[in-house]
Design a protein around this ligand. Structure first.
Ligand code: SF4
Length: 186
């Protein structure tokens, strides 16, 4: 049976495959043990969604656990407006739309479609400066869709033993750097 991957793991893997390992290892521990201030703030930004407190409007679906059978991906959607057919992923402050972000919302998109929802728009919303960043739907961006599918294949065939992170900037911005043996050798 195909390995099930969570949306968060997909984003972690794109940032650094080893961070996926640390994510799995520490997910049951209190996050304050290793999260940076930025990441703690990001978690707080999602808290209202996770607690389903953002709105009581019936067309707004939040924090719904979804699963894509096609891609064996699972996780929670952030916000879906079923009247506007609009899937929205909120982040505390968006500076760059990383591929990992896009792959996460693709996972959400495919799961919603499989569940029978209509999704016509995908956007990121940067909470601190109130900006929306539209994302093309997967069929409108075949190159990104290929990258998404190749990344899933890569995760499923990945060997941690052969991996070496060569980008010191990633290590400098990584919440797992205090725990990671590779950080010093970057
Ligand atoms: S410290 Fe560097 S090698 Fe280790 S998980 Fe983070 S980015 Fe990857």
């Amino acid at each position: 049976m195909e390995q099930v991957i969570t949306f968060a793991e997909l984003d972690d893997f794109v940032f650094c495959p080893l961070s996926l390992f640390y994510h799995s290892m520490y997910k049951d521990r209190a996050k304050w043990n290793y999260q940076t201030t930025d990441q703690t703030a990001g978690t707080s930004a999602h808290k209202s969604v996770d607690e389903q407190k953002l709105t009581t409007r019936k067309n707004i679906i939040q924090s719904l656990t979804v699963y894509s059978e096609k891609y064996h991906l699972m996780g929670k959607i952030d916000t879906f407006d079923s009247r506007e057919y609009h899937l929205i992923e909120r982040k505390r402050k968006i500076k760059t739309i990383y591929d990992g972000y896009v792959f996460q919302v693709y996972g959400q998109y495919f799961a919603l479609i499989e569940m029978g929802y209509i999704v016509e728009k995908i956007s990121f919303y940067s909470i601190s400066d109130h900006k929306f960043y539209p994302v093309k739907l997967p069929h409108e961006d075949p190159d990104m869709l290929k990258k998404f599918e190749r990344t899933l294949e890569h995760i499923r065939n990945f060997s941690f033993l052969d991996f070496k992170q060569g980008n010191i900037n990633k290590c400098n911005n990584c919440i797992y750097s205090p725990l990671c043996s590779q950080e010093e050798s970057c």
